[in-house]
Design a binder for this molecule. Structure first.
Ligand code: NIG
Ligand code: FE
Length: 390
């Protein structure tokens, strides 16, 4: 057993509401945090830190929980630079672009897919993301979906089966046949590797009835639902997510008052993904409206080659503050504790005794600088499970 104290922290974000003078961030100034093996064992004033085997002087910088990126699509090959260029010249984003990545992913070897995944994971880790969820959805055959999940499961516990990303091009004339595959043979092959099941409930992808059938079949196999909901237009996704007690309704860009009431009435988290609105030049989700209604909000990257090719949670925080009505405190909470809530986890996203020692050290006097200094690489230290990796 080895212990380390990180001392002389100007601002420590604990996300422990009992500490925070009313702020959910549970801020401690002039703080220290003590790690033993992979866990946090103590937080408090730096001058009161207990004796430890090792000491790291934070030099008046900020420590916060590692980011919890609860929504990404990282098992893919190729990129979509041409599509992005076309979009920036005025072409709209639509779900059909996914087919380009499906073709490239099917053609890639297992080794290429895994190398791509680990490249983006280490990119994210260096930027302070210590937990990530990732999905299948660019294979759309039984074998290609199962291998995507097998590769993902070697790198994270938070794996999501998204066979229902779009109707496979092989079933273009038989969407019902594809839903039968997704809820049958493909689900059987994929369930052993996944914790979650997701569906893209959208025009051009799956309608409400299809989404309900897919999520219900997944639940029967022990997978828990999360939903790509109301991203490109109004639709039934959000209310279906709440009805099925999904952990998260993701995107939530086009919401009616009834959608917001539904989210406020249940425990489904609204996960906002501003990288997608940035990269598709779409309207911003209204985080303020959700927060004012009492909805729990998570912020994540949606990192994927089509709609949001960023692995930077800090960038998403800056967008959420600038354009979605969030305060810096709210955005930082949503990117840490909010992400944990969207994964129904209490062992991450906070720095309190018992939680995993997943920490980010910022070269800034407070967490507010994540939004105040957009685009600046402020992350200068990262610990994951108690081990310093940066
Ligand atoms: O979350 N909305 C569906 N899926 C992705 C986009 C995938 C793609 O364009 O390749 C998203 O934005
Ligand atoms: Fe997504």
């Amino acid at each position: 057993m080895s212990s380390t104290a990180i001392t002389d922290i100007a601002t420590l974000v604990t996300n422990d509401p009992s500490l925070g003078q009313g702020s959910p961030l549970g801020l401690i100034q002039d703080a220290a945090v003590v790690i033993e093996d992979d866990r946090v064992v103590w937080t408090g004033e730096s001058s009161k830190a207990p004796a430890t085997d090792n000491r790291v002087d934070a030099g008046g910088r900020t420590v916060l929980p590692g980011f919890v990126d609860s929504h990404s699509h990282l098992v893919f090959a190729g990129d979509r630079t041409a599509e992005f260029n076309a979009r920036m010249s005025g072409r709209p984003y639509h779900a059909g672009g996914i087919r380009t990545t499906v073709a490239a992913t099917r053609a890639a070897s297992d080794g290429e897919l895994e190398a791509n995944l680990t490249r983006y994971l280490s990119e994210a880790l260096r930027q302070g993301t210590t937990t990530f969820e990732t999905k299948s959805g660019y294979g759309l055959t039984v074998a290609d979906e199962a291998r995507a999940l097998r590769i993902a499961a070697a790198h994270t516990d938070e794996v999501t089966y998204l066979g229902a990303h779009i109707v496979s091009p092989d079933y273009a004339d038989d969407p019902a046949g594809y839903v039968a595959l997704v809820t049958g043979e493909m689900l059987d092959a994929c369930a052993p590797y996944a914790r979650w099941i997701d569906v893209f409930c959208e025009k051009g992808a799956f309608d409400g009835d299809q989404a309900r059938a897919i999520l219900t079949a997944g639940k029967a196999k022990g997978l828990h639902p999360r939903v790509h909901a109301n991203q490109l237009s109004h639709g039934p996704g959000v209310q279906l997510a709440v009805e099925l007690d999904a952990a998260s309704a993701d995107h939530c860009t086009h919401l009616t008052a009834a959608d917001i009431d539904a989210l406020a009435s249940g425990r489904t988290v609204a996960t906002l993904l501003p990288g997608a609105e940035f990269s598709t030049r779409a309207q911003w989700p209204d985080a303020r409206r959700l927060l004012d209604a009492g909805v729990t909000v998570a912020l994540s990257t949606d990192c994927n080659p089509g709609s949001s090719f960023t692995s930077s949670v800090a960038f998403c925080i800056a967008l959420a503050v600038r354009d979605m009505g969030m305060t810096p405190d709210e955005a930082v909470w949503s990117a840490t504790a909010g992400g944990a809530a969207a994964l129904r986890r209490t062992d991450i996203g906070r720095l309190a005794p018992g939680a995993y020692a997943d920490l980010t050290l910022l070269d800034a006097p407070s967490h507010v600088h994540l939004a105040y200094r957009p685009g600046v690489p402020l992350v200068t230290g990262v610990w994951r499970r108690g081990t310093r990796i940066l």
